[in-house]
Every structure is written in C-alpha cells, then in structure tokens.
Design a protein around this ligand. Structure first.
Ligand SMILES: [Zn+2]
Length: 398
C-alpha cells in the first residue's frame, strides 16, 4: 500500500462528497434523455473510483486489525470513515463497516473468552469437539483464528466431522468413506462449532502422516488460506446471508404443470441456476482463499473437479444428479434435464470460474496489489467479477 495512490489530480469524487450509487442511478433515469449518456459515463467513473478506493480502505483496516487485534472498535471505525471520505463513502457503506467491526468484535471477544476459560489446548479441543484428543494437538492463533494442528488422524477426523456429529447428537464410528474424504483434505475450516459465537474461526490441519499432509513449510501457507476464509466471513455478504432455500416441491409442481417443452426447459434452467448461485458463493470463498495463499490456478482446477474424480470442492454434486426430481419421468424429460444440467451446472459454472480467475489476472496485470484485488472482489458475487473488473480497468481510476 503506497500513499501516493490516493492522490489523483482530479478525482471523480471530490473530498467529502457523498456518492451513493443507488441514488445516482435514479438521478440518471430522471435526467433528460440527451444528458443521460454523459451522466452515465460519469457514474461509471465514480463507481469504479469508489469501489477501488473502498477496497483500499478495507485493506488498510484489515492491516490495522492485525496489528492491534484488541484495538477499540470506535477507533477502527473512525479510521475507516476518515479514509472513506476520500471516496464518497455513503451512509449505507458506513453502516456496513460498523456491522463488519461488530462481527469482528464478537469473534475476537469469543476467542478471548474461550481461551481464557480453557488455556490448555487439550481442554479447549475437548470443549469444541466433545472429546479429548488422543494424540498431540497444537494450537496456532490469530485475531480471527483458532487453528489446531492434529498429529493423530483420529483427532483430525473428530474435527472434520464435528458438525455432523453434533447434529446426530451422539458419537459413532467413522465409515471408510468418511475417512477417505478426510484424508483428501490437508486442512478444514469448521462452519459451526459448539460455540456459535466463534463459528468459522476454528480450523484444523492434518499432521498425522495418514492421507494428505502438508509439508513443514506448507503449513504456514495453509494457515493463511484458512484464515482468509475467516476474514471472508467477516466481509462477504454472500456468505452471511445464504441464498434463499430452493423449494424442490414447488418447482416440481410447476414443472409438471408446464404445457410445452419450452416452458419446462425455462423452469429447469432457473431451478438449476439457483443451485449454481449457491455453489458460486462457496466457490468464491475458495477462490479468494486460494488466491491469498498463491494457488488460484489450482482452485480453478479443483473447483471444476467432480467428486467422483476425487474433487474436494464439488459443491454441485447433489443437484447434478437431479434424480430426486424426475424419478418417474419420461425419456424426453430425462434427456432435457441432462441437457440443462450440463448447460447450467457444468458449462456455465466453469465459465464463471474461468472468467473469475481471468478477472484477477487482469487486475494483477494492471498493477493492482493482491490485497486490493481481494478487498474489491470480496464484495462482488463471483458471477460479476468479470464486469466489475472491466469497469474498473476502463475507468482508469488507478
Ligand atoms: Zn479453502
């Protein structure tokens, strides 16, 4: 982060001016037709300037939190708002910052509390995963992370399936399939633990010698990767407000009611695109974490790898089968479903991922720094990365 980047001779947004994209769009629509073109061009320029600027503010804010993890939330907020004034930060965006900082504060306090209560790593492990570890367990911590290095495979397994086990209420033995799945992942980020206030900051690494294990020097990289997931969960709205649940029964009914094949096809396409949208939120989280640790190309390969071929990020395995929908369907409907699945869940998904990685590359080529790129893209759905980056690069706000 270099200070000089903040200085532009004639920034599209003047210092202290407030820019609210939604209001600005409404004003464009109200303007006389002959002025709209000009206003739209100005709008795009301002939007790009604001997005990149606020991404830099976020980047500085994260650094500040890393340096002073127990700093005052009000101070973080004041700093962000002061820097944001340069980029027209509006009311909504200030609220957003306040929300993010609140979430951070809760997480941080949650981590502090539980560590004070369970200063011994084994006790903490037991508290979170309901069983004392069988072998050696080490704890690495950061402002938003509790990272367990497990030296016994059983302990890693326990963490790996801690969510499910909690659901099922009682302990059970692990199946060979489950073991194989855990062996395929060097590390894992747990979505929810016995203490919901610290959800997403709990991570574990497999150091048992069984399955995929990180090499010594790799461990630090994995920590960075997993910690990025926790940071994403603070900033990323897609992860915080999961998409609407998909109502299979309703879709099935309207599908059956539809009279023509065209109508049926439309319903199917929309239906499967919803699944893709959900999967894209997870894929984005992975892409950013992989980019952070320097392996975004690998993310592209792994995200596209079906579970049947050993893929560990196959978020579309279930919907791709589509079996629960059309059990008693005729051949032509089955063929149609297959076609739509191929289009929406394979081709379009692949395209979105490829465009996403391409967008990151383009920003890098234009000289943007990794942290700026991450801060910018965290706020955009994966499906929009291409567009956002195009606008930023065209408007020359750098
Ligand atoms: Zn990951």
């Amino acid at each position: 982060m270099q200070e000089e980047k903040f200085v532009m001779e004639q920034p599209p947004i003047k210092y202290g001016e407030v820019f609210d994209p939604e209001i600005a769009v409404r004003e464009i629509l109200k303007a006389p037709k002959e002025e709209r073109q000009q206003k739209l061009a100005e709008f795009k320029e301002k939007l790009a300037f604001q997005q990149v600027g606020l991404a830099r503010v976020q980047d500085i804010l994260i650094d500040e939190i890393r340096n002073k993890p127990n700093g005052k939330i009000e101070d973080f907020y004041d700093m962000a708002v002061e820097l944001g004034a340069e980029f027209g930060m509006n009311k909504q965006q200030k609220k957003e910052i306040a929300k993010i900082l609140d979430r951070y504060s809760l997480l941080y306090k949650g981590i502090e509390n539980i560590r004070q209560k369970f200063p011994n790593t084994n006790d903490l492990y037991k508290e979170l995963f309901f069983e004392a570890p069988k072998g050696k367990v080490e704890l690495v911590t950061g402002p938003v992370s509790l990272y367990f290095k497990c030296y016994d495979f059983k302990d890693y397994l326990t963490v790996f399936y801690s969510n499910q086990r909690r659901h099922h209420g009682k302990k059970r033995d692990f199946t060979e399939e489950e073991k194989a799945e855990a062996m395929g992942c060097k590390a894992i980020n747990i979505f929810s633990v016995s203490h919901p206030e610290i959800g997403r900051v709990v991570m574990a690494e497999n150091n048992s010698g069984i399955g995929r294990n990180p090499k010594e020097e790799e461990s630090a990289v994995i920590f960075i990767h997993e910690e990025q997931h926790a940071i994403n969960s603070l900033f990323d709205k897609d992860l915080l407000d999961p998409n609407d649940p998909i109502n299979v029964r309703n879709v099935r009914q309207s599908f059956l009611d539809a009279e023509t094949m065209e109508e049926k096809e439309k319903i199917l396409i929309n239906f499967f695109r919803q699944f893709r949208k959900n999967a894209e939120a997870f894929a984005k989280d992975e892409m950013i974490a992989h980019y952070k640790d320097g392996h975004e190309d690998m993310a592209l390969v792994e995200l596209n790898m079906p579970k049947e071929e050993g893929g560990i990020y196959d978020f579309l395995e279930e919907p791709r089968k589509a079996e629960y929908l059309w059990l008693k369907s005729s051949d032509d409907i089955r063929a149609l479903t297959k076609e739509v699945v191929e289009k929406t869940l394979v081709q379009e998904y692949k395209e979105t991922l490829t465009i996403g990685v391409g967008a990151v590359r383009k920003m890098e080529d234009a000289g943007y720094e990794k942290e700026e790129i991450i801060a910018l893209l965290t706020h955009e759905p994966l499906a929009r990365w291409g567009k956002v980056v195009k606008r930023v690069l065209e408007s020359d706000v750098k």
